[in-house]
Design a protein around this ligand. Sequence first.
Ligand code: WQD
Length: 341
Amino acid sequence: MKEYVLLTGGMGFIGSHTAVCLLKAGVNVVIADDLSNSSASVLDGVEAITGVRPPFVRCDCADRTAVDRVFDTYPVSAVIHFAGYKAVGESVEKPLAYYRNNLNCLLTVLDAMRDHGVNTLVFSSSATVYGEGTGRPFTESSPTGGCTNPYGQTKLMAEQILKDLCRADARFTAVLLRYFNPVGADESGLIGETPRGVPNNLMPYVMQVADGRLPHLRVYGNDYPTPDGTGVRDYIHISDLASGHLAALTWASSHPGCHAFNLGTGTGTSVLELVHTFERVNGVAVPRVVEGRRSGDTAVCLADPSLANRVLGWRAERTLEDMCRDAWRWEKKQNEGTAHE
Ligand code: WQD
């Protein structure tokens, strides 16, 4: 009987790229998404890239009846759980909405998994669970906690829920993927990141400045203890992040228990280095103004990805130039109307 991997929130930036990666690998995918932060037209892009239009169910993953219907309709063998709100700043303004939505979605999906005999979950976690840090690369044994916002807290609480579940049920497998800074777009330019309103994150903001949709980039601080004074992050190509999910899914099938992995490159890039690279590879200008530091920002956030490299046999392969080039191709195709937002 044909089995499916369920991608909750699979119409989003990371979910849709993961769907492409799994479909290309011959894995059957079914997507459940409430489209609160994505569009059904993403399916057109996924189909154009892979030749497969995966089944899609529009539903709130906190709605038990709707989620049960997905499991009753499709023989689900495993779940990759992306569904959740993810805007750091918004989570500070609306903490109850974030706790209610992000935790209810996870708990509802876990209840449905239990009742349908599905014991494998890959969870969309975040480097945010590490909190402030010391500037040294984070390993999976680095202390977690001290999250600076409710969004990060929901990720930390979700990890705790999954650890406790695995302790209570020896058959269950949870793989916690701690993302660093995902950027870029599929090389086709047919799917990519579609931030609602003015982007909070650096790369989509840079793209819109280069495209003339925004007047200039605000560089949040150049007085950090970094080589050029601007913030340093571990940017990872969205397609490398997606392949990390396939590697985790494959590995999870024979490794019960709760396991965390960093998905990053281990390479730090400053704000100005990213901007200069973007300008150089795309032949565009990104006007910018240095402003004060953004509250909640840290100087350096870097992954030590060696555990995922060694245990999952996964490694990020694409360069910062690839990230900048692929992001710009997506931006231009959106304007030509040939992309699928
Ligand atoms: C990167 C760097 C800014 C915008 C966030 C979330 C994190 C994760 C990834 C979900 C920093 C600087 C930014 C701008 C700037 N998401 N910057 N001008 O904050 O590292 O991480 O996205 O898991 O949870 O916190 O990413 O892209 O916002 O910032 O100078 O207009 O760019 O100060 O140094 P961040 P970011």
